[in-house]
Design a protein around this ligand. Structure first.
Ligand SMILES: NC(=O)c1ccc[n+]([C@@H]2O[C@H](COP(=O)([O-])OP(=O)(O)OC[C@H]3O[C@@H](n4cnc5c(N)ncnc54)[C@H](OP(=O)(O)O)[C@@H]3O)[C@@H](O)[C@H]2O)c1
Length: 273
């Protein structure tokens, strides 16, 4: 009996692994490249590729709880192999599934919801880790360069997403639930910039980019037009769900959600020259 975590090397997955370990549960971590992956001691690492479900056969052996990502590729293309992955999970005897929601319907999430293995869909708002995109310009120019700096975000600490998933995967009472997961406050870009400045012990200037400058930057980074359009839409007019604080972290884990100031302190070195 063990828990299989997909996306285990990722921003959220590594915290799912950590939270399961902290709870004393046996963990198996899936990655396409076990040699390159770094995991804490005490977990089993298995090779597998979700775009090729046949590679998952051994990984699913003896698995009670399965945490699933629903995407592949650098810009999170929805996994088309979802129904086959779910079939394999059922055949292996998986008894609980958690899904990291990718922002829209996907064949894998659809298959999980339609299936008879108890599931929990975890829907985080913006990750605090997105602020690491500012690390280079803060380190090299003491600047954050962003468009729409007044926008509010209830961004959530990745460790809190991991903690919610670990509880839903290991405890009864979460089947058929959808959990929106946020941090404890909605902050503007200016407030987040301040928190980073405090954490690193050095001032940071906030430079407001025009919409055109933002578009040019995203395109220069190679983002597909679909992603550029999505970002523009949520930056210009953040949906209420992205800026409204909910108490899921406390309700599910019994602990308060971590503040952005805590995240900034933990990551202060990434913002220091
Ligand atoms: N950033 C945000 O603010 C935000 C907010 C809400 C929701 N989301 C959603 O969260 C998801 C991204 O999560 P994340 O940031 O934790 O991911 P991430 O850090 O980009 O990591 C990607 C993970 O996916 C795994 N992976 C990719 N393709 C794979 C494949 N074919 N087979 C097996 N594993 C594969 C990688 O594993 P290996 O490379 O080790 O194989 C890695 O562990 C997206 O669906 C996104 O839409 C993001």
């Amino acid at each position: 009996m063990t828990y299989l975590v997909t996306g285990a090397t990722g921003t959220v997955g590594r915290h799912v692994v950590a939270a399961l370990l902290e709870g004393g549960h046996p963990v198996r971590a899936l990655t396409r490249d076990p040699e390159a992956a770094e995991f804490p001691a005490g977990i089993e690492v298995v090779r597998g590729d979700l775009t090729d479900p046949e590679t998952l056969a051994g990984a699913l052996d003896g698995v009670t709880g399965l945490h699933l990502i629903t995407f592949a590729g650098p810009y999170f293309a929805p996994l088309e192999t979802g129904p086959r992955i779910l079939e394999q999970a059922r055949a292996a005897g998986v008894r609980r599934i958690t899904v990291l929601h990718g922002g829209g319907p996907t064949p894998l999430e659809d298959a999980v919801r339609a299936g008879d293995v108890p599931w929990t869909v975890v829907m985080p708002v913006e990750f605090m880790a997105n602020a690491l995109e500012w690390a280079d310009s803060v380190r090299t120019a003491d600047e954050v360069r962003e468009p729409f700096t007044g926008r509010l975000s209830a961004m959530v600490h990745e460790a809190d997403i991991g903690a919610v998933i670990a509880v839903a995967l290991t405890e009864d009472g979460h089947g058929g639930r959808e959990y929106v997961v946020t941090g404890p406050e909605a902050l503007t870009v200016a407030e987040k910039t301040e928190a980073i400045a405090d954490a690193r012990g050095r001032a940071v200037r906030l430079v407001e980019l025009t919409e055109e400058e933002a578009l040019a930057r995203w395109r220069a980074a190679g983002m597909p037009e679909e992603t550029v359009a999505f970002l523009l839409e949520v930056y210009r007019d953040t949906p209420a769900v992205g800026r409204t604080v909910v108490d899921t972290v406390r309700e599910v884990t019994g602990r308060p959600a971590r503040r952005f100031a805590e995240w900034a302190k933990e990551h202060a070195d990434a913002f220091r020259a």
